[in-house]
Design a binder for this molecule. Structure first.
Ligand code: C2E
Ligand code: CA
Ligand code: CA
Ligand code: CA
Length: 279
């Protein structure tokens, strides 16, 4: 349906059809990709406890290997997909892969919580929470092993509708996280109303904190704000020891970034995990 809309734009604005044609092609290709098993996969990036250095979970990040164009970055297709209903089957696919993987880890004796990124549209869908619980049941996985990351700007778009879905997810035991914190305009009173347990500070601030006083102050303030609201804090985009040290200094809970590990396919993650567990 959304694809038809794009076609219309393309037909009525012949002078501006390059972007629309590109979008249309991308959506058609993605729709075909969802009918196959070999184009969409997930990479897993470790989340590390800053105090102990131990693994506390992973974030699942989508990868699309286009048969002609090769690997397409999520930033090049997620925003376009989010503006159409194709985001629903895409999210379902991501949840299915992530839950199947978490169930496999659990069978091997490792309880590794998996965080999945959500789009606005999912939270506007009243049936979404029920759908997620069905998937958890199908994979025999406890809700505590799934975490869902939502961006603050996303929730601000239609707070009342999003809140009811967020509460349903939270009441069923799924942990929620606010992603890209600092890039939107989430007020403190609003943050307090959300049933979230974790706040992720956007990598743009984390990466600036060792060089820019402003970013360092922002990160420190975000950590103390989160702690005063009873939330845990994850710093994303940690690329060096100096940043990790600065984060430990201000009592940030968790870190994620290339300094520890890049997002990797499940097989590589398993080898990485075996290595760090042995060490
Ligand atoms: P995000 O949720 O903020 O994910 C973090 C991004 O930072 C990922 O990019 C990750 O690969 C990258 N990253 C991790 N550590 C570092 C680091 O140390 N330095 C730098 N420079 N980057 C780091 P990626 O995988 O390209 O994903 C981009 C965005 O696409 C994600 O941002 C998320 O918003 C979206 N996305 C990814 N997978 C999904 C998905 O399954 N569903 C939805 N709705 N969105 C997704
Ligand atoms: Ca995320
Ligand atoms: Ca983020
Ligand atoms: Ca982001």
């Amino acid at each position: 349906l959304a694809v038809e809309k794009v076609t219309e734009v393309h037909e009525y604005e012949p002078g501006h059809d390059r972007g629309a044609t590109h979008r249309l092609e991308l959506l058609a290709d993605l729709s075909r990709a969802l009918e196959t098993d070999d184009q969409i996969s997930l990479h897993y990036q470790p989340k590390i406890d800053l105090g102990s250095g131990r693994l506390v979970g992973v974030e699942a990040l989508i990868r699309w290997d286009h048969p002609v164009r090769g690997r397409i970055a999520p930033d090049a297709f997620i925003p376009v997909t989010e503006s159409t209903s194709l985001i629903h089957p895409l999210t379902t696919r991501v949840l299915e892969i992530a839950l199947r993987q978490a169930a496999a880890w659990q069978r091997e004796g490792a309880d590794i919580p998996v965080a999945v990124n959500l789009s606005t549209r999912c939270l506007l869908d009243a049936g979404f929470a029920g759908h997620v619980f069905d998937l958890l049941r199908h994979h025999g996985l406890p809700a505590s092993l799934l975490k869902l990351e939502v961006t603050e700007s996303l929730v601000m778009a239609d707070p009342e509708r999003c809140l009811s879905v967020l509460h349903a997810l939270h009441d069923g035991g799924i942990r929620l996280s606010i992603d890209d914190f600092g890039t939107g305009y989430c007020s403190m009173s609003y943050l307090q109303r959300l049933p979230v347990g974790e706040l992720k500070i956007d990598k743009s601030f984390v990466q600036g904190m060792t060089g820019s006083h402003g970013d360092a102050v922002l990160v420190r303030t975000a950590v103390s704000l989160a702690h005063s609201l009873g939330l845990e804090v994850v710093a994303e985009g940690v690329e060096d020891e100096a940043t990790a040290a600065a984060l430990r200094e201000i009592n940030c809970d968790t870190a994620q970034g290339y300094y520890y590990a890049r997002p990797m396919p499940a097989g590589d993650f398993d080898r990485w995990h075996a290595d760090v567990t042995r060490a």
